[in-house]
Write a protein that binds this ligand. Sequence first.
Ligand code: SF4
Length: 118
Amino acid sequence: MIKFLVDFSTANWMGILWCALIGVGLGLILGLILFLCGHFLEVKEDERVAAVEKMLPGYNCGSCGHAGCHEMAEAIVKGEAKKLSVCRPGKKDKNYDPIIAYLSEHPDKDGNYQIPEI
Ligand code: SF4
């Protein structure tokens, strides 16, 4: 005969069931709150940042003075980075010219163009 450490015959099954239901209910409510926060509080990034970042070399070396290519792309799009040549690994035909061409065709939401120099 097998003996268990816990005597299941005297377990409070209703208490266990309520604990499980409360745990599942809390999980669902908190999950719903997280979903709603993610949906309504989402900060949308300027889509030009991702496009410009793809045109940068992608080494994330920081020699441009920014933490990485993403931050450099943000600075370019905002007009804070005036010269593309601060990106030392960048090449004129492969990186700088495509970025200038792209930003010449894609103004910000107010219709202003932030076109950096080489
Ligand atoms: S210098 Fe160029 S490759 Fe290096 S992090 Fe800056 S943008 Fe990226």
